[in-house]
Ligand binder design. Structure first.
Ligand code: OFO
Length: 185
């Protein structure tokens, strides 16, 4: 009886593998954002740097949330090895293009795991992942808004300075969305 009470749930091996891949992806996101933040700071885009430093922390939280879930569900979450981080960018626009492409990939990955959990009737993990589904919608929206700034404002003259100022406001929108959605990051 004692064993039954203390025994953890057993996560399907395939689900554990997919979640570990996602842990690696979130860890990679955190490292990418940190690298982009550093580049922006070095170039003097201070608001973009702040936005990206904060976002790097959020991505680490996304990773930790998954690590805790996998272990709680009876699996073994693996600390990812992260290499091949891009450190240099041609332009500020390239940074935000990179972000949008990356977030689209993350969304696809989350959707694949959600689909898998539904097919396997792992409704607990399916439900846990809904937070990530909502989060990805917000992250893609913010990335698209950032890129729109380049088209609307233009990069000539004080354009880049103005874009950097507007990026600070995007951070405010992201925090507000998280507060309304009850998200943690
Ligand atoms: Fe974890 O949401 Fe971006 O990558």
């Amino acid at each position: 009886m004692k064993e039954l009470v203390t025994k953890k749930r057993s996560l399907l091996k395939e689900t554990e593998k997919l979640l570990n891949k996602q842990i690696e992806m979130e860890g990679r996101s955190s490292a990418h954002y940190l690298s982009m933040a550093s580049w922006c700071e070095m170039k003097g885009y201070d608001n973009s740097a702040d936005f990206l430093y904060n976002h790097s922390e959020e991505e680490r939280m996304h990773m930790l949330k998954l690590i805790r879930y996998v272990n709680e569900a009876g699996g073994h979450a693996l600390q990812p090895e992260i290499t091949d981080i891009k450190h240099s960018f041609e332009t500020l626009r390239e940074v935000f293009e990179h972000i949008l492409e990356h977030e689209i990939e993350v969304t696809k990955s989350i959707n694949t795991i959600v689909d898998h959990c539904f097919m396997e009737k792992d409704f607990a993990t399916f439900s846990f992942l809904q937070w990530y589904v909502t989060e990805q919608r917000e992250e893609e929206t913010i990335a698209r808004r950032a890129l729109e700034l380049f088209d609307i404002i233009g990069e000539e003259g004080i354009g880049l300075w103005t874009i950097d100022q507007e990026i600070a406001k995007l951070e405010g929108q992201e925090s507000a969305a998280q507060t309304m959605g009850g998200g943690e990051g």
